[in-house]
Design a binder for this molecule. Structure first.
Ligand code: BEZ
Ligand code: FE2
Length: 407
């Protein structure tokens, strides 16, 4: 058993002073330090530096490690030119992205306080790195393919990848999971099969949804920039589904919907009604010119969201604190202290719920996954600690997963 004492503990959305946590692989007790020391006299004591805040480990719900080689290849600014550039450079980017590169990105995430992440995998090439990474990885095997002619073949390939992720080494912290690429790129028949599979094995399920204006125009009217794209690459000019039909496919299984920037209030309210949640990727949305997700609407509806970096295919780092700071800028009209608190809750408690992880909050019985951050001085007002944490942290001071220290 170990006892960790920090100036502040993030407990139930508040910053509580003079408390400590007793833990082994899981959180066993939370109380005043002297009480825990009396109760567990043999425990190893860890006294964090002054001005330190103990958070549950942060969870990056959506990242594409396979695209880590991108620096300037992909075209930012607008979604369709970006997607065209993905098609053009995909093979080169995949070739340049080796295990060393992906491992470095996992370790950057680790140093920024990320103890778990959702890895969206198109080809399964990052499985080995994720198996070796100390973090918990929800390994989202992605299904893609709108053309009925190739759908069965692509579904077969997807099933093989799911199986491989179900047979990872005992020391790895991998959870097999299912990702649907998007409404425009997955045929309804294989979509239904994949959702049924996730449900059957209670695997976490996620999908990109209404990321761009172009996606909406295509799904609603078969018009816009996607029309040219599908004519050019797939020789078709009709979408395979509608927004409603796609949403209904997830009705019976809570799913993490990524982006939703172009969803209407009615659609968001439908997602809420069915128990779904949203992954918010502020920098990715800004860099691809997709717009701003109205998180104030989500808040009003009580529709939970997480914060995610997306991949380096649409970002400049996988650091969760960089993402928080970007969110403060993107949502410039939001009251900054309330927004900071919301971002911390989003990337801990909400993210754990969305990825079906037993972490994300400092509660008895939860996994002992912690991120310790040190503030530059004693915070003048404890209600502003989330804001000061976001503004003053690039890397965490210490990080624990399953009770073991990794930073
Ligand atoms: C498709 O299979 O329809 C598709 C694949 C990649 C990007 C867009 C669409
Ligand atoms: Fe993504």
């Amino acid at each position: 058993m170990k006892i960790i004492i920090a100036d502040y503990l993030y407990l139930d959305g508040k910053f509580v002073e003079n408390h400590a946590i007793a833990f082994d692989t899981h959180i066993q007790d939370i109380d005043l330090p002297e009480r825990l020391m009396e109760k567990y006299p043999e425990a190893e004591r860890i006294r964090a530096k002054p001005y330190t805040v103990l958070y549950p480990g942060f969870i990056n719900t959506h990242v594409h490690l396979e695209f880590s080689a991108n620096k300037t290849s992909l075209k930012y600014g607008s979604f369709m030119p970006w997607l065209d550039s993905v098609i053009e450079h995909r093979d080169d980017l995949m070739k340049d992205c080796d295990n060393t590169m992906m491992q470095k990105e996992c370790s950057d995430m680790l140093r920024s306080g990320i103890t778990a992440f959702g890895a969206i995998s198109s080809f399964g090439t990052e499985l080995e790195v994720c198996e070796r990474s100390p973090q918990r990885v929800v390994f989202f095997n992605e299904l893609i393919g709108s053309n009925a002619q190739y759908a069965d073949m692509l579904y077969g390939d997807f099933l093989e990848r799911v199986k491989a992720s179900q047979h990872c080494g005992a020391q790895s912290r991998i959870t097999p999971a299912v990702a649907i690429h998007s409404p425009y790129s997955v045929h309804p028949v294989i979509l239904q099969k994949a959702v049924a599979l996730a449900k059957q094995h209670t695997m976490p399920l996620s999908t990109h949804f209404l990321e761009s204006q172009a996606e909406r125009a295509w799904l609603e009217n078969g018009e816009g920039e996607f029309k040219l794209f599908f004519e050019k690459f797939f020789n078709t000019s009709t979408p395979v589904t509608t927004v409603e039909e796609f949403m209904h496919a997830f009705d019976t299984y809570p799913t993490h919907f990524v982006h939703c920037v172009q969803a209407t209030d009615k659609e968001l309210s439908y997602l809420h009604e069915k128990g779904h949640s949203i992954a918010h990727c502020p920098r990715s949305n800004r860099y691809l010119g997709c717009g701003r997700l109205a998180i104030e609407t989500l808040n009003d509806m009580d529709l939970p969201f997480s914060v995610a970096t997306d991949g380096l295919s649409s970002n400049d780092s996988l650091n969760i604190f960089d993402e928080f700071r970007a969110a403060l800028m993107l949502h410039h009209q939001a009251p900054i202290v309330a927004l900071s608190n919301l971002l911390i809750k989003a990337s801990t408690e909400n993210a754990a719920e969305a990825l079906r992880l037993n972490s994300g909050s400092l509660k008895i019985g939860k996994d002992a996954d912690f991120a310790l951050i040190t503030l530059p001085e004693l915070p003048k007002r404890s209600e502003e600690i989330a804001l000061w944490s976001i503004l003053h942290t690039r890397e965490v001071d210490a990080l624990y997963i399953e009770g073991e220290q990794y930073v």
